[in-house]
Design a protein around this ligand. Structure first.
Ligand SMILES: [Zn+2]
Length: 116
């Protein structure tokens, strides 16, 4: 159970994205658990080979950024969001409760005025 929890966090551990307390817990566990250390080693190996594969001296075409921006500029503007059904339902429920409560108060006041 702990190993699964640790192994699910090895990537953010490796990239330094975890809170210090979590990183310390993982570091302590790695010292005593061969399975998780092996998983970290495999992750490191994949990380290194990925960097090797990605490394390139190719340069993007000079006009690439302006061409991308040209495409983005002609995209249709996003449509305004409609009020969600859930929000409308909350509003209607609140309105109904308000009306029922108001009627109850009105009826109680009316009853006490008619029957002092
Ligand atoms: Zn472990």
């Amino acid at each position: 159970m702990l190993c699964l929890w640790i192994q699910n966090r090895l990537l953010p551990y490796r990239t330094g994205e975890l809170p210090l307390s979590v990183s310390q817990l993982i570091r302590r566990h790695l010292r005593s658990c061969k399975h998780c250390q092996a998983a970290l080693d495999a992750l490191e190996a994949a990380w290194s080979s990925g960097r090797t594969l990605i490394a390139t001296s190719a340069e993007p075409p000079a006009q690439l950024e302006s061409r991308i921006m040209d495409v983005i500029r002609v995209l249709p503007a996003p449509k305004p969001r409609r009020v969600g059904l859930t929000r409308l339902m909350y509003f209607l429920v609140a309105l109904t409760l308000l009306l029922v409560g108001g009627l109850a108060v009105f009826a109680a006041v009316h009853y006490h005025l008619m029957h002092p």
